[in-house]
Design a protein around this ligand. Structure first.
Ligand code: 13P
Ligand code: SF4
Length: 312
């Protein structure tokens, strides 16, 4: 590693001590950020860590809705994100105003709104409970049986949950631009090259891809699955950052990224906007910071707290 890189890392560590900061990173972050973080995990693990944090500053290396979630559950903390433009196509597919208009128009249905955590604070504030890919099945099983469910914003995850629970739900038609890039052809091709390797896919993938998978689970559960499986080689059908986490925590096994029709692996351009330089700058400047109007934050906290209780 070049000296400049080492300097940058030690400066980040120094700033972290001075600010009494904690660095939380999602499994899709770059290798360097994962190495430096105090905790690396999936959306559910990160939400718990943020809620429990006693640090003064949370430097959130992930995308905007994840940093926003940290601020919602722990509002007294200063929450910074290396790049404020690190958004999410899935979150963007369900603007709060559109959801509000839809709920208004269909008020007679008295929907119970289950929102996947990949959504804005405004959408969370319109929801009854939040879920992540790690607890979606459990959360939907908790919803009162006499209520009609509207599941937002990921139709692919929603479809998987319907199949797992047998519970009918109406689905918002959003998706993740990264996970829909995996196709039946691209996964069949890599599987024919590694016939003994289980295919492990994220539930944001399309049904056609999910049907080819040996295991469908959240990024965190991929670690447990690959550790306990007797297989030596795995095809991992999710964003490429996950491969680093797996190689670090499941040594001695081989991980092959699921390809798309165009590329050998899939990167989320939003997740990859965060860099060590920007992490350094956000700890130094305490900016950009996540600020949420208090009425929205307080309303969004209710369904998030419900999720944290129901998934214990
Ligand atoms: P996980 O909760 O499984 O980490 O997924 C988050 C995400 O953004 C997937 O694209
Ligand atoms: Fe959003 Fe997809 Fe990126 Fe996850 S991988 S943050 S769902 S755009």
């Amino acid at each position: 590693m070049p000296v400049a890189g080492l300097d940058l890392i030690s400066e980040i560590q120094q700033l972290k001590r001075e600010r009494n900061a904690v660095i939380l990173a999602h499994n899709y972050q770059s290798n360097e950020i994962q190495e430096l973080a105090d905790f690396v995990g999936d959306s559910l693990g990160l939400a718990y860590k943020a809620a429990e944090s006693t640090a003064d500053v949370i430097a959130f290396c992930g995308v905007h809705f994840m940093a926003e979630t940290a601020k919602i559950v722990n509002p007294a903390k200063t929450v910074v994100i290396p790049d404020m433009n690190a958004g999410c196509s899935l979150s963007d597919s369900c603007p709060a105003e559109k959801l509000e208009a839809f709920l208004h128009e269909h008020a007679a249905k008295n929907y119970y709104v289950v929102a996947y955590i990949n959504c804005s604070a405004g959408v969370k504030a319109l929801s009854d409970v939040i879920c992540t890919s790690g607890n979606a099945v459990r959360i939907v099983e908790h919803v009162p049986a006499d209520r009609k469910i509207l599941f937002v914003p990921d139709a692919n995850l929603g479809q998987w949950v319907i199949e797992q629970t047998g519970r009918p739900m109406e689905l918002w038609k959003g998706n993740c631009y990264v996970h829909v890039e995996f196709t039946r052809n691209s996964i069949e091709r890599i599987r024919s090259q590694h016939p003994d390797a289980p295919v492990v896919a994220h539930p944001e993938c399309t049904t056609a891809v999910r049907l080819l998978a040996d295991e469908v689970c959240s990024t965190e559960k991929m670690i447990g699955y690959c550790k306990s499986s007797s297989a030596r080689t795995f095809i991992i059908v999710t964003e490429s950052g996950m491969l680093h986490r797996l190689r670090r925590e499941v040594p001695g096994k081989e991980f092959i990224p699921g390809p798309t029709d165009k590329c050998a692996c899939a990167d989320c351009r939003y997740m990859k906007m965060n860099t060590l330089e920007k992490l350094h700058a956000c700890l130094r400047d305490l900016a950009p910071q996540i600020i949420i109007p208090e009425p929205i934050r307080a309303r969004a906290e209710l369904p998030l707290r419900r999720m944290l209780e129901w998934s214990r």
